[in-house]
Design a protein around this ligand. Structure first.
Ligand SMILES: [Fe+2]
Length: 300
């Protein structure tokens, strides 16, 4: 296939499911009107998109009006117009990790929290400084039977290109979501470099647009994927589809021994269909691929 090309356009790939977007209008720094949201989804439908998680920022300091109930109410208001675009939408959230965030996720609140699917919860941090409680918080989510998804790790300026700090978060059963535009350099050279490294080390599980405006769709259309990255991106696209359908078994593009595969397959337990985990330190794993990252703590 395309033997003489060194890259392919991202929109030539099977991009059917977007796990991260700010298309729900009027709730954060993303889309401001339902007309623009509809325009965006119609354009994305033309590129092949079928499913989109709407993930408004959930951060009381910046968006005090956003709660699971209020965000769902806005979604209900616009569900019909968005549905008419041909893109099926579901509402979730992108949770900023702030000091007291543990209070948002308790045994009692899990069922109404803004999850993606299968208990996966999208979390983010400031680009300027690390949340001091990030490791405690993802640990907390895991202990509730949930699965943290760290949004766009390549964009956090304080993490080294050696990925040491990011791997320490992945070690707590946290999977990563790539902003696809990072690979195109739209967030700067460092974000692009880190995205390539994280991708090449098999640490991503999903990809998203993080779409905030219609103009970013032009960027998406101009995106090219280097030939050597195509298999990894194809795997992330497949993972996106599996997450939407509820059959994601865990793990990143090369994450062959990720223990979530067993957890997800076991079926029973919480409302998310995943078994209730207990933390333990994993047995050492001897992996055939040197680049595969091995979690130290796992939800089993
Ligand atoms: Fe976002």
């Amino acid at each position: 296939m395309w033997p003489f090309r060194t890259s392919i356009r991202f929109v030539e790939m099977d991009f059917r499911t977007d796990v991260h977007s700010h298309v729900l209008p009027g709730v954060d720094d993303g889309f401001k009107s339902i007309d623009r949201s509809v325009e965006a989804q119609e354009l994305l439908r033309g590129l092949g998109l079928e499913h989109q998680f709407l993930t408004p920022h959930i951060y009381p300091d910046l968006y005090p009006g956003n709660s699971p109930e209020s965000v769902r109410a806005v979604f209900s208001k616009y569900r019909e117009r968005l549905g008419a675009t041909g893109v099926e939408s579901r509402v979730a959230g992108e949770h900023m990790v702030y000091g007291d965030i543990d209070r948002e996720f308790t045994e009692d609140s899990i069922s109404r929290s803004l999850q993606l699917n299968q208990g996966y919860v999208l979390v983010e941090m400031s680009y300027a400084y690390e949340s001091q409680n990030i490791r405690d918080f993802v640990f907390h989510l895991c202990n509730l039977g949930l699965h943290p998804v760290l949004a766009h790790p390549e964009r956090y300026n304080y993490y080294s290109t050696g990925l040491v700090e990011l791997k320490s978060i992945a070690d707590i059963d946290t999977v990563f979501q790539l902003n696809i535009l990072s690979l195109g350099g739209f967030y700067g050279t460092m974000a692009k470099l880190k995205a390539e490294r994280i991708l090449e080390q098999g640490l991503y599980s999903f990809l998203g647009t993080d779409l905030h405006s219609v103009s970013q769709i032009a960027q998406l259309k101009s995106m090219k994927i280097r030939k050597k990255h195509v298999p990894a991106i194809e795997k992330l696209l497949e993972n996106n589809d599996l997450l939407w359908s509820g059959s994601f078994k865990g793990g990143g593009s090369d994450y062959v021994n990720h223990p979530l595969k067993e957890t997800a397959a076991s079926g029973s337990g919480t409302d998310s269909g995943l078994s209730k985990p207990q933390f333990r330190r994993s047995e050492p794993l001897f992996l055939p691929v040197s680049s595969v990252h091995t979690p130290l703590l796992s939800c089993l």
